[in-house]
Design a protein around this ligand. Sequence first.
Ligand code: SAH
Ligand code: SF4
Length: 358
Amino acid sequence: MMDEEMIHQRGLLQDLTFSGVEAGVVAAGLRPAHAKTVWRALHRDLVGAWSEVPDFSPATRGWLAGQELDFPGQAVEVVSSDGWTRKFLLRLADGREIETVLMGFTGRHTVCLSSQVGCAMGCVFCATGQGGFTRHLRPGEIVAQVRHARRALRALGVAGPRNLVLMGMGEPLHNYEAVMTALEIITDTRGFNIGPAGISISTVGIVPGIIRLADERRPYNLAVSLHGADDTERSALVPVNRRWPLADLMTACRYYGQATGRRIFFEWTLVAGKNDTPETARRLIELLRGLDAHINLIPLNPTQGFGGAATHAEAVIAFKDVIRAAGFPCTVRQRRGIDVAAGCGQLQATASRLAAAL
Ligand code: SAH
Ligand code: SF4
């Protein structure tokens, strides 16, 4: 129903799941089978205009004439000196800009997707948060980022990407509906066909969103940004902790773990002198006790609006050792694309435009 409403309001096929496209096709008096042809052109062959498809029936073509396509254009691309990280600055139809990061690893590619223009959560060390919130992305604008990356890889004769992380600009669970619709489109086997096991949603800790993911049995990986082991420590870095304090967040995580049987990934940005002592690591372990958890440590990346420093390499290892000794898997996230501000928490569209212009 929602899908049908959207098609009439905006005429944007790109925002619809397969069943939404099918409903549109049927409402236009066409046979439902035509939905598949349209879907394949859009999400498998990645056409840029309907005219690129030679085999639409005249009736389908007539209907499609009223279905505008709008893909964000690439305003800037920057490539890291590591040679494996590319950041795209994409311009949306209303002129707003977002960033998408394509990371190559041996044998696979991962795309870091944005879910909003800006972010309302205000984490102090995050460039996106420092810039404030502008608007939610539509499903089609999230899908378009995968399409952009896939076309970039295809130009090199490479397949993929196989992995997606919702760790770019924005808080995905603050834009729940659009993100879930986008992921339904992206995982559809008739189009992008990216397996849900290769998709991770990272949240700052929106408790109702975590419960909803569990209740709806969404088949994606969940990462929760923790960064603090008590409310004072966490609220200083992540203001939204005042709305959903640690006790509520951990209850939601336990519920999620029990309902889905899934492991939860916890992200921990290490800030020197704030949350990086072995003592903090021990409190973190207490918090996670009984959970199937993997801890991912992220040494702080520099941003303009935050003066904190990254934890020293030896202190990172000491922190990791405490967690591992307690039996939890713990890894340190590879630093990628810091030279082009493509690292975790560094995405801020206006800044990269400035950098590219210099
Ligand atoms: N809004 C979501 C996803 C985007 S941020 C979330 O907060 O989880 C992805 C990860 O990068 C989060 O764990 C976030 O806390 C972390 N991050 C933000 N700014 C950072 C910085 N300057 N250095 C290192 N990690 C950072
Ligand atoms: Fe938003 Fe995530 Fe940045 Fe916090 S870390 S401001 S939730 S994008």
